[in-house]
Design a binder for this molecule. Structure first.
Ligand code: ZN
Length: 468
């Protein structure tokens, strides 16, 4: 199930000493359940990691995707065998809720606690964390439900939780809050905070949708033409034009990843010289792989770096999408041929994840009431087209559009400009050359100033991909 976007609205809860006492007991019961689940998950993890089946999986190669699939299948079997999974822990929590703890914590809240404990222990397995910590008295400060149907729920501006009704302070003048209260509540979280020595409780409503946009972030409706290249992005809107590198901030970390990949390979070869043919390829047939401590250390560094890269990419994509949507929410672009790029530039361009970027753009544009219109390159071929109707084939290395009619412009910017004038004729897309030619005198200075800005930004290190 795809995750829909969500945002959080936090409200203070109205409590008295009796309600606080009840809540404190429930949070204490929640803490005991958490620690029990944590202990159980650690026990299961240790049994699993000492098992033959898990150690065998550790030694399996993981260079190709088939090898990785086979390996993760083995890991999956080991996890299932020792009940090291979120769902197995849900079963476990069902059992311990049969004790006095069940009176304080409903089954959904209990399951969420088990999930939290499992995730904490699982982090040590996948190398995201060194160790786990049991929670001491008063250290568990949030509890949440699974959905808004049972357990901790939000009903008529109140929190309901097995026999409890808790009012919330709602400031109806606060736009952020009233915006939130109009949205569907996915689930509800209760937070305990100590403020100036006093315990206070808050409710967090995890709402479906996008958060309230402050005035300065409000989007202007307008048409945007985009051109996405393997390493560049060009944009033309009513507000102007932009030419930039696409997520070049990721280049450094990608280089580090490449270096580690080579190191891993070297270490694996050094540890297992008998598994390779004289020409360097891996021998066929069943093999035993020996992993040195150093190799495993590099491997976890490698995995960490990948995770870092993914997180960084996500934030760069998010920023770029928000920036674009500030100038318009109807976006026109050619469907990018990622496979075609790969053929020319190799798989290494994947780390910028342009298709993931487009998915995010679609999601946020639609959430803002706009849309993204993608048309196939085969029907529009914008990089070959001119507003005069002439068509001329250009190889990727030609970065400038020059036509006999006198039009001259940077290729990516010109494609982005043309994208604004693509019309949909019942599913068939074509370039409206009349409107293109009519708008050109207005847009032309935009393209010029976009190039000046880009030159300014990159100065001496101006990338060859711009062709300027
Ligand atoms: Zn022309």
């Amino acid at each position: 199930m795809a995750k829909t976007p969500s945002f959080i609205v936090e409200l203070p809860l109205v409590t008295n000493s009796e309600l606080r006492h009840t809540l404190n007991s429930r949070f204490e019961a929640g803490r005991q359940i958490y620690n029990a689940c944590l202990g159980e998950a650690i026990k299961r993890r240790d049994l699993m990691q000492r098992s033959k089946i898990y150690r065998a999986a550790l030694g399996m190669p993981s260079s190709t995707s088939e090898e990785r699939n086979a390996r993760s299948k083995e890991f999956g079997l080991a996890r299932a065998k020792f009940g090291f999974s979120e769902y197995a822990l849900h079963d476990y929590v069902k059992r311990i809720r049969k004790s006095w703890l069940g009176k304080h914590i409903d089954s959904h809240t209990g399951q969420k606690i088990a999930t939290r404990a499992f995730k904490a222990v699982n982090k040590t397995v996948i190398g995201d964390a060194e160790r786990v910590y049991f929670k001491r008295y008063g250290e568990l400060n949030s509890l949440e439900g699974k959905n808004n149907a049972s357990g901790i729920r939000w009903r008529d501006d109140k929190v309901e939780w097995t026999g409890l009704k808790l009012g919330a302070l709602i400031n109806s003048k606060d736009k952020v809050i009233t915006h939130g209260l109009f949205h569907r509540v996915k689930y509800v979280r209760i937070k305990r905070k100590v403020i100036r020595g006093k315990i206070r409780y808050y409710v967090q409503l995890v709402c479906e949708g996008i958060p309230f946009q402050k005035e300065k972030n409000k989007v202007i409706k307008g048409k945007i033409g985009l051109d996405l290249g393997p390493s560049t992005i060009a944009e033309v809107s009513n507000a102007g034009a932009k030419l930039d590198l696409f997520c070049h901030e990721l280049d450094t970390i990608q280089q580090e990843i490449r270096l580690l990949q080579r190191k891993l390979d070297r270490q694996r070869r050094a540890n297992n010289p008998d598994n390779y043919n004289p020409n360097g390829t891996v021998k066929k047939g069943k093999k035993k792989w020996i992993n040195s401590r150093r190799y495993l250390k590099t491997k976890s560094q490698f995995a960490n770096l990948h995770r870092k890269q993914a997180a960084y990419r996500k934030s760069l994509h998010g920023k770029l999408v928000n920036d674009i949507l500030r100038r318009g929410t109807t976006i026109y672009l050619e469907k990018v041929s990622y496979k075609g790029w790969q053929k020319i530039f190799g798989k290494s361009i994947n780390y910028r994840a342009p298709s993931m970027f487009v998915t995010e753009l679609v999601r946020k544009a639609e959430a803002a009431g706009g849309s993204v219109i993608e048309f196939p390159t085969t029907s529009t071929a914008l990089s070959q087209m001119c507003q005069c109707g002439r068509k001329s084939k250009k190889t990727l290395s030609i970065r400038w559009h020059r036509c006999k009619c006198g039009v001259s412009a940077q290729r990516d910017l010109y494609s982005a400009f043309l994208a604004r004038h693509v019309k949909d004729d019942g599913g068939k897309y074509y370039l409206d050359t009349d409107s293109t030619a009519a708008e050109w005198p207005v847009i032309k200075p935009f393209l010029k100033s976009a190039i000046t800005t880009t030159l300014d930004k990159y100065h001496y290190k101006k990338p060859a991909s711009f062709g300027i």
